[in-house]
Design a protein around this ligand. Structure first.
Ligand code: DGP
Length: 117
């Protein structure tokens, strides 16, 4: 199985640079965002280097499901079930994506607004 890829998240997967890891499985890694926008801000990434949801294929269908389930598990562990939380993935320039390794943001611990800015 491929592990990592040529981004900063690939280096975190390979443990070349540190991160505050909160959850890990064979396929998925979750760690705290370096620039949190809320009291809880965790990134969920596949260990396989898929650039974004737009780059995922049918082959990745199960992996995408695992990412969503990992997001729910992390939210549960972080105590977000009672008040709720947000799961978001940014895609491309207009989406605000800055790291081109697919990631879900799990954000919680404060009231969210809609629509996002
Ligand atoms: P996005 O804009 O959706 O591509 O989000 C990328 C997120 O990644 C952003 O919220 C900051 C975070 N980030 C960038 N570099 C690092 C890093 O080296 N470590 C950690 N923990 N987070 C990072």
């Amino acid at each position: 199985m491929a592990h990592g890829g040529d981004t900063i998240f690939g280096r975190i997967i390979r443990k070349e640079i540190p991160a505050q890891i909160v959850y890990e499985t064979e396929d998925v890694l979750a760690f705290r965002d370096i620039s949190p926008v809320a009291p809880v801000h965790v990134l969920i990434i596949p260990k396989k280097p898929v650039a974004s949801v737009a780059h995922a294929t049918e082959e990745d269908a199960q992996l995408l499901g695992k990412l969503m389930l990992a997001a729910a598990e992390v939210a549960r562990r972080e105590g977000l079930l009672e008040n709720g939380y947000r799961v978001v993935t940014n895609i491309g320039s207009d989406g605000g994506q800055t790291v081109f390794h697919l990631h879900l943001h799990v954000i919680g611990g404060r009231q969210m607004e809609w629509p996002p800015g």
